[in-house]
Ligand binder design. Structure first.
Ligand code: ATP
Length: 323
């Protein structure tokens, strides 16, 4: 019988983490399970920063960005001594199960903690990057994409007015999921992602071709981790060879904040509830995810070992639609 569970958010924050916390707390309440919120991710677990969460504590939260519990990166958690302390604190808190909301680093920590302490741990995918195997989308991804698309719509107006080329940099240090979705949904002329080698000469030629065909403005979406460099570097290398005025816009942390989209609230509600159910039913060491509208559970290690493929078909579609 589960009596008390812990919940924490860790790694990069993303819209929808609060909706997931709410779902965890209220689903737990439906099983008469107590919830202890752990502040600042694993840092709070080590420093014993906790707060009791009841159904009323999480009122008025579903639509808020960020995370009520705060989040942090914690190097100490990666050490044997840190893990030992974390395990001791789990015992001290009287927690029978732990739900961690975060990305692959968070799940690595959770796996280590489960091994050392024996506590049951369930993961909820909360990161804007969408770089986890085991779920079609991570919580926060849809909101980040919507925020960036809204920004691109605005940039398009000024690009058209001044007949300019814009390089818009979006988040994605190692993966191009955000760039790809943003580029297609924002009607970009090109999308540069880390997974596909960038050929600057070909890019320059295609921009010039489109200009010759009568396009007055262009938007190139660049993932921050593209192999050709950051948006500023790429613009610097390319821009002067084009007989077109160009500008660079780095969207940065704007993409992390703001109200979660309806899609992210739904996903967070389903997965927060599924995480509590998984604990109640005795499971551990898995991440809950949604694949083709069904809740699935994937062992932690698979979530970062198995490569989630970028749908490169979308790159071809973008090229067809950008002519
Ligand atoms: P995002 O994808 O948004 O960056 P993340 O969960 O991958 O989220 P990380 O900073 O990689 O973010 O990891 C979060 C925290 O998890 C780390 O600061 C650290 O405390 C813990 N962690 C990561 N890897 C390990 C590990 N191998 N062992 C123990 N703890 C770890």
């Amino acid at each position: 019988m589960m009596k008390r569970i812990g919940v924490l958010t860790s790694g990069g924050d993303g819209p929808g983490m609060n909706a997931a916390i709410r779902a965890v707390v209220r689903t737990a309440a439906s099983y008469e399970i107590d919830v202890l919120g752990i502040r600042r991710g694993y840092a709070g677990l080590l420093d014993e920063e906790t707060v009791h969460l009841g159904p009323r504590t999480v009122a008025n939260l579903i639509h808020r960005g960020g995370t009520l519990l705060g989040t942090a990166r914690c190097e100490e958690m990666k050490t044997a001594a840190g893990l030992r302390k974390a395990a001791d604190n789990i015992g001290k808190f009287g927690i029978d199960g732990l739900i961690v909301i975060g990305g692959d680093g968070t799940f690595r920590g959770a796996q280590e903690l489960a091994d050392v302490s024996g506590v049951r741990v369930i993961g909820v995918p909360g990161t804007i990057d969408n770089d986890l195997w085991g779920t079609d989308a991570t919580i926060g991804f849809d909101s980040a994409v919507n925020t960036a698309v809204e920004a691109i719509d605005r940039i398009r107006d000024t690009a058209e007015a001044h007949e300019r080329l814009f390089f818009v940099e979006v988040m994605g240090r190692t993966r191009g999921f955000i760039a790809l979705s943003v580029g297609v949904a924002g009607g970009a002329e090109d999308i540069l992602v880390p997974e596909v080698r960038t050929d600057l000469e070909a890019l320059s030629a295609s921009i010039r071709e489109r200009m010759a065909a009568g396009k007055r403005a262009s938007i190139v979406v660049v993932a921050e981790g593209d192999d050709a460099g950051r948006a500023f570097d790429i613009a610097e290398k390319l821009g002067h060879g084009l007989v077109m005025d160009f500008r660079v816009c780095v969207l940065g942390h704007i993409q992390r904040g703001g109200a979660p989209s309806a899609q992210d609230r739904l996903l967070a509600s389903k997965l927060g509830a599924a995480a509590v159910r998984a604990l109640v039913e005795g499971r551990t060491g898995v991440m809950v995810g949604l694949i083709s509208a069904k809740v699935v559970e994937t062992p932690f290690e698979e979530t970062w070992v198995t490569d989630k493929r970028l749908d490169t078909e979308l790159l071809y579609l973008m090229k067809v639609l950008a002519r």
